[in-house]
Design a protein around this ligand. Structure first.
Ligand SMILES: [Zn+2]
Length: 415
């Protein structure tokens, strides 16, 4: 797709006006009636940079220890990146996919006068908000069936491992990367070894969109290899709404990850599985339990200590606030939580409401004011400052959650 067509996508078509009317009746109508990120200069005006709300977020923080472990690497494939996007995402007929895609690309503010793929990375590089802060870029593999055959139609998009690794080589002090490898691939072990050789810090799966059942014996040889390389698995948990695949939400059941945990894999459950419900497979009943409660059950099991973690990315989104409050109020879980942003979602204006967070007494009116300005310049700094300030009855996330570098640097070196 050409830049001209992409710009057209950002205009208001009949289909998206219809989408907005649906939105208007929902909780997603934005606080200040502004849907799109204005993509202001990432350099903050001094009055904002020096404001106490921003400065105080850095108290007791060593920015060299912050590795944001959840940054989507996206684009439209208009460069040599090898990125592929399912054509349905460009087709207004498929309204949900079309509107989602438009919001994601707008939120990532691709720099002008270059390919969208390159503009995405260029803007992202400009968002580095502290000395030594690094971003872990996520590749995204195709869907596969159980015979190991690639399923292009069921693949929402594809971001090659080689592309993520090349961005790391280009900006070694800003970008790290996580490989995405479907475990049903016949060559999954070789692909993992190549990723380790190219300094991948972990592997990312999105089971509902990629068609992975983490409890399938088909995953066992991949789990063995992950343990051998001591490389963590960042696995989406709970319902998936941001990326549409054609697979079932039951694949987001956190209890399916017992198979990986029992084999010694280190697992990070993205967003602490904070959307949707699934069957309580431990009890074998049809009763539905929230994915978050199923996840925290695993968190509480002493046998999995040091093996199971949750990332707090996206937890400030409207639909997840209820569980965000539970996380804050449970200091016993905090040693198993990792800070991450889920970029570009913090820049997708309608899905995080500062007004709601204020109404729920998680942030102050002054913080709302500064954060809403900050978001227009730098969505990643916005996400960090917000995560530092949110609190329930005086209980904040501790500093240790933000110092994630030691977690991500445990990969064995090839000899
Ligand atoms: Zn994500």
């Amino acid at each position: 797709m050409q830049r001209r067509n992409f710009i057209g996508l950002l205009g208001l078509s009949g289909a998206s006006v219809y989408g907005f009317n649906v939105l208007k009746k929902s909780e997603y109508w934005p606080d200040d009636n502004t849907f799109f990120n204005p993509c202001l200069n990432s350099q903050l005006p001094p009055i904002l940079a020096n404001h106490n709300v921003v400065r105080s977020a850095f108290a007791d923080i060593d920015t060299t220890q912050i590795w944001d472990g959840h940054i989507h690497l996206i684009g439209i494939g208009d460069s040599a990146s090898g990125i592929w996007v399912n054509p349905n995402s460009f087709n207004p007929f498929y309204l949900k996919k079309y509107v989602q895609f438009r919001f994601f690309l707008n939120a990532s503010c691709p720099s002008p006068n270059m390919a969208i793929d390159e503009g995405f990375v260029n803007r992202l590089a400009s968002l580095t908000w502290g000395t030594g802060v690094r971003f872990l870029l996520l590749a995204f593999d195709h869907s596969y069936n159980e015979k190991g055959e690639r399923l292009l139609k069921q693949t929402p998009f594809y971001t090659p491992n080689d592309y993520a690794a090349s961005i790391h080589r280009q900006y070694p002090h800003q970008f790290e990367w996580l490989a995405s490898i479907h475990p049903y691939r016949k060559d999954c072990i070789e692909v993992l070894e190549k990723a380790v050789a190219n300094q991948a810090r972990g592997v990312k799966w999105l089971p509902p969109a990629m068609g992975i059942d983490p409890s399938s014996p088909l995953c066992d040889r991949f789990y063995k290899a992950l343990v051998y390389w001591d490389i963590p698995l960042l696995c989406h948990g709970g319902d998936e709404q941001a990326i549409d695949g054609s697979h079932h939400q039951k694949l987001g059941n956190p209890l399916l990850l017992r198979r990986a945990l029992d084999q010694g894999v280190k697992v990070v459950v993205a967003h602490c599985a904070s959307l949707g419900q699934n069957r309580d497979l431990d009890k074998g009943t049809a009763t539905l339990v929230s994915n978050f409660d199923l996840f925290t059950r695993l968190l509480d099991e002493s046998a999995y200590k040091g093996q199971i973690f949750g990332d707090i990315s996206a937890m400030t989104q409207i639909k997840r606030v209820k569980y965000l409050k539970k996380l804050l109020a449970h200091p016993d879980w905090h040693s198993q939580l990792l800070y991450a942003s889920d970029y570009p979602l913090p820049a997708v204006i309608p899905i995080t409401s500062l007004k709601l967070l204020h109404e729920q007494q998680l942030i102050t009116a002054e913080q709302v004011n500064i954060l809403s300005q900050l978001r227009q310049h730098n969505a990643l700094l916005f996400d960090f400052v917000l995560a530092r300030h949110i609190q329930v009855e005086g209980q904040h996330f501790p500093t240790s959650i933000f110092h994630t570098r030691p977690f991500w640097t445990g990969v064995k070196q090839l000899v």
